[in-house]
Write a protein that binds this ligand. Structure first.
Ligand SMILES: [Zn+2]
Length: 423
């Protein structure tokens, strides 16, 4: 269903090792489901017990982390031995990581409550304990620790040379089961190109998703209307749920129905963004976006939901790794660059431009602008400039491991055009 490249890359002689992830639907039997649910519960049990110990220990021994394993819990609570031991160890490792991050700040990880917990666990590949078994074209299984053979829907093939690292089993809100498998794969290092002929710029736009500098790759509200209508249905069903008695049979049925709608919306959005990012990364050599902080923006402007559910951040992410796979780059322009206020024709800054203005006319040269389109044209100019400077080897520019071309910040309010003028 999805394929992502994690940022981690490591050099191994000529080849480069990258992480690949694939997700498949699985259909466990009732017996297997019960064991999976037990495993979720045991992971929660281990998390809560070890967390309690660590918090107590930290109070007495300031700054020290207690590093106990689930072994002593197993002695007192034999039911823990019924489930996959790697799942419990991974819980412990995740907990340690969370403690190391939060304890120094005077905080602690949260205890996990039944029902509100994430329904997943992760196990590791050791000596073929996880294995795909092909029975026929239509019948495939995955062998998993403790669970044995679980029916898997292999909607796409897994290259033989990929090495499995770990597997995460999860249950969605509507009661479907999925497994996501992480592999190590060796690839030829992709030479990043230094010549960029076809370049496009995108900017975030309301109420649709993006506008492009060329105007050919815009997404309009029409394109995502299906998403809005699903969203309306979710609100309606949610209202029904709020009138039902908590815990009744109707209540759970309704909760499942809502979960299914959420999953449908998220799957369709993901699919839509995958197609768009594939098309764009095939067509262009480089793509330019603004380095906006989506969290800040949604808070400051009360966009809240729209910024997130439109998945602008998701799109940027997909673009960066798809471009990277093709030796292309995503350019992030500094967020202090005045992309909306600058006239793309004469570069005069319109200081009086308000957030609510959709259109404006430049006082200096008389060009009439659509605000969003003008901003993308400025981004395109600025981005092309950055690409030129990078191609000529300027040292303030660097390529991140996820394929994003960024500029080292000199001071927080510097924008690159000002800095250039001073050089
Ligand atoms: Zn102008």
């Amino acid at each position: 269903m999805t394929e992502t490249v994690n940022g981690k890359t490591e050099k191994r002689e000529e080849k480069v090792t990258v992480s690949r992830c694939m997700e498949f639907r699985i259909n466990p039997t009732m017996e297997q489901k019960i064991l999976i649910w037990k495993t979720f519960g045991c992971c929660r049990f281990v998390w809560n017990n070890l967390l309690g110990e660590r918090i107590g220990y930290e109070k007495i021994n300031k700054g020290k982390l207690l590093n106990t394993t689930p072994a002593h819990l197993k002695k007192e609570h034999p039911f823990l031995s019924e489930v996959d031991s790697m799942a419990l160890i991974n819980t412990q490792l995740n907990l340690n990581q969370a403690c190391r991050k939060l304890f120094p700040k005077g905080k602690a990880p949260k205890f996990r409550a039944k029902g509100k917990d994430k329904r997943s666990y992760t196990t590791n590949w050791i000596n073929n304990n996880i294995e795909i078994i092909h029975k026929s074209d239509r019948e495939n299984y995955i062998k998993l620790p403790k669970l044995g053979r679980v029916r898997i829907i292999l909607h796409r093939g897994i290259p033989d040379e990929w090495r499995m690292k770990h597997a995460t089993i999860k249950e969605t809100a509507s009661g479907k089961f999925y497994i996501s498998l992480t592999f190590d794969a060796d690839t030829e290092p992709m030479e990043t190109r230094k010549k960029f002929e076809k370049v496009e710029a995108f900017d975030y736009s309301m109420p649709s998703l993006v506008v492009s500098a060329s105007g050919e790759n815009d997404i309009t509200s029409d394109d995502i209307r299906w998403y809005r209508s699903l969203e309306e249905r979710i609100v309606k069903e949610q209202r029904k749920l709020s009138r039902m008695q908590y815990g009744s049979a109707n209540y759970w049925e309704q909760k499942h129905r809502i979960g299914k709608l959420h999953e449908k919306a998220s799957a369709r959005r993901k699919d839509f963004l995958h197609k768009l990012s594939r098309k764009v990364s095939d067509t262009f050599d480089a793509v330019i976006v603004e380095d906006i902080n989506l969290q800040h923006m949604s808070k400051a402007m009360n966009f809240g939901k729209s910024v997130y559910d439109n998945g602008y951040g998701m799109l940027r992410n997909m673009l960066s790794y798809k471009l990277k796979d093709k030796g292309k780059v995503l350019v992030k322009v500094d967020r202090f660059f005045p992309s909306s206020k600058r006239c793309s024709a004469c570069h005069e800054i319109n200081h009086g431009l308000k957030l609510s203005d959709r259109q404006w006319t430049c006082k200096s040269c008389g060009t009439h602008h659509d605000k969003d389109r003008n901003a993308t044209k400025n981004l395109l100019d600025e981005g092309k400039d950055i690409l030129c400077r990078w191609a000529s080897g300027e040292s303030s520019l660097y390529l991140t491991s996820s394929g994003v071309l960024s500029e080292k910040k000199l001071h927080p309010h510097a924008h690159s055009n000002v800095r250039q003028a001073g050089e």
